[in-house]
Every structure is written in C-alpha cells, then in structure tokens.
Design a protein around this ligand. Structure first.
Ligand SMILES: [Cu+2]
Length: 365
C-alpha cells in the first residue's frame, strides 16, 4: 500500500495542477455519464447510464479508480494522438498538398521512440494493475465462507462452516417477463426466488465450482467475477460496505439458458444474517463456538475421569502388592495400562496420571 499510496497522492497532486486541469476537463466531457453516477441504483444496472455500477466493496472502488484515473486518460490520449496524426497526414500529405512525395526509409529517433514509449506506458499501467491484482489475491482472514455452484441453469449456495447447504436460486418467473417485472417493480431477468445472504462489513471468502459446464459468478458492484469450473474450486474475497440487494449474472456462456441464471445477493446486518442462518438449519459462529467450548469441557471431564480410572487401576495392584499377593506380571500389566492411558489424558487435561504409579511400586517395598 505504501508505494502505491505515495504514487496515488503524487498523481492526484499532478491532476490538481493547472496544466493537467484542461486534460481532466476534456476527460470529464468525454465521460459524461459520470453526471448520472449520483443517481445510479445500487447493485443493479440503471436505465440510460453508461458508467460503472457504484462500488460496494473496496476492491471495486480500487478498480474504478484504476480505470478512471489511469486507463481512461491513457486510452483517451493515445486515441487523440493517433487520430490527430491521421488527420494531419490526410490534410498535409494528400495528392494536392504534396504532389511529389519524398522517398526515404528509416528514422532511428522515431523508431526508438515508438518502441520505448509503448513499453513505458505498459510498465506504468502494470504498476497499478499488479498492485490491484495483489489486493484481489491477498485475502484477509474470512468471517464467512460461502460456496457458489453453477448449474445449468441456476446457482446453489452452501455455507460449509455454518451448516447451511443447498440454497437453490433460480430466476423468478415474474422477472422473466418484462411487463410483469415492470408492474411489480423488480429488475428484469435479475430477481431470483432464493438468494445468497451475507453480513455487511464482513470478509467473505467465496468459492466457486460448476456441476456441469463452466459458469462464472459475477456481481459488478462487488468487482467480483470468478469462473465456476467443474472439478475445481476457484476462490476470491470481498467485503460489502453497504446493506442492500445486489445483482449479477452468470458471465460464462453455459448453454441455452445462460441469460436466465441471475445472481441475487442480499447483504444484511449481522443479526439478520444470524437469524437467516438459524432459519435455514445452520448454526451461527457464536453457537458453533459455544458447541466447541461445551464439547471441549466434556472431553476434558471425560479425560479427567479416564485419568482417575487409570489412577485406580494403578493403585489396585499396588494395594495387592502391599499385602504380598500380587505377582510381578500383574503389576507390570497394570503399570503398562496406566502409561498407555496417561499420554491421551495428559493432552487434554492438565492432570497427569503417571505420577501416582511411582508410589505404587514404592508401596511394594
Ligand atoms: Cu452459467
């Protein structure tokens, strides 16, 4: 983040300079849809809008910044330069303006320039592109793991850690009909019967796979597009910073109903998410932690009971030895039994069972 942050600050300073202001203004005119940006719907396409969907994750925010601040000005500058050169040649060197053409080949300066400049432009882009790519791959510790399986032609969602499975999401029949969708005020070809539910402001680890052919789980507002490939588990992460409903579509041509397997994600508060998990037969993180604590304490109790039993087992032949009736072989087997149960008891319970075995042999004297 350090170098990139510095670079960004430098670039922003540069962009605030008067000389660059004209360029920025020209860019702004070309990027007219930016005006419509404020009214853009969250998580879904907006009529007559041309720009990116508003970002709901930091990754998407970075992606939009990368495009608007780095790629778009470079693309615009190169297009203007090439168009200008073409127009110049058309006007200055046409048959009328330049009847006798000069005949020469090679110009070392120009050849070096048109080799070095594109390389420099690509290296400049790569600097930001690779750092963005690193942010995509540098996954923080996830709060929720969700698996999306692409099927012809619907999505299945599982929450392996929380015990929620087989949430099948299909296109809502009314959303498949333009008139009905408009009448019900639901987005055409995007609304599903079930959906992926996620908590807000939490790191989501998404895993994708396909059950038949290759699909792609894509939600533009999250800046996430991950192929769902049969036999593979692809993964990515995101953290949604706003409660709401977000829509996406399968983005890998997967068959005749490829256009009819949309993605709907409801991002809710942690409390609502927990309630949804319980309603769907799963357990919340808090419940799982309580379960783990309970099973750990019962395991500790049973292991301490085992330890007590082994103490008794060790003590019994010792008592026999004290009376002189125990043979050497019986005391051997008893101590072997005590030592075999001791390590397992020692792992979970702090009470070691091997200690009392010593007094047993001492008592034999
Ligand atoms: Cu698909």
């Amino acid at each position: 983040m350090g170098i990139k942050g510095l670079f960004r600050r430098g670039l922003k300073k540069l962009l605030s300079g008067t000389a660059a202001k004209a360029v920025v203004a020209a860019t702004a005119v070309l990027a007219v849809p930016a005006i419509a940006f404020a009214q853009d719907l969250v998580g879904q396409p907006t009529d007559k809008s041309m720009n990116w969907q508003p970002a709901a994750t930091s990754l998407k925010g970075e992606t939009i910044w990368f495009y608007n601040a780095i790629l778009f000005p470079i693309i615009t500058a190169i297009c203007v330069l090439v168009l200008g050169l073409l127009l110049w040649i058309v006007v200055r060197y046409n048959k009328r303006a330049n009847p006798v053409a000069r005949k020469f080949s090679h110009n070392t300066v120009i050849e070096v320039l048109w080799t070095v400049l594109p390389v420099a432009v690509l290296v400049f882009i790569a600097f930001f592109s690779l750092s963005l790519l690193r942010d995509y791959n540098d996954m923080p510790t996830p709060d929720v793991v969700v698996k999306a399986t692409g099927n012809q032609w619907y999505w299945t969602y599982d929450y392996p850690e929380l015990g929620v499975s087989d949430v099948e999401a299909r296109l809502l029949p009314d959303a498949a009909d333009l008139k009905k969708a408009h009448a019900k005020n639901i987005p055409y070809l995007l609304e599903t019967d079930n959906y992926m539910v996620l908590p807000v402001d939490k790191v989501i680890h998404i895993e994708t796979t396909g059950s038949d052919v290759i699909h792609s789980w894509t939600v533009p507002a999250f800046g996430v597009k991950i192929d769902a490939i049969p036999g593979r588990l692809n993964n990515g992460w995101f953290k949604v910073n706003k409660i709401g409903t977000y829509y996406g579509q399968c983005s890998e041509l997967c068959g005749k109903d490829h256009a009819f397997m949309p993605i709907e994600v409801k991002v809710v508060s942690q409390a609502d998410f927990d309630a949804w998990v319980i309603k769907n037969g799963g357990k919340t993180k808090a419940m799982l932690a309580a379960d783990a604590a309970a099973s750990a304490s019962s395991a500790a109790a049973s292991s301490s009971a085992a330890a007590a039993a082994s103490i008794q087992a060790a003590a019994t032949p010792a008592a026999g030895a004290a009376t002189g009736s125990a043979t050497a072989s019986s005391s051997n087997s008893a101590s072997a039994g005590a030592s075999s149960s001791a390590p397992t008891a020692g792992k979970t319970a702090p009470k070691p069972a091997s200690a009392p075995a010593a007094p047993a042999s001492a008592a034999a004297h």
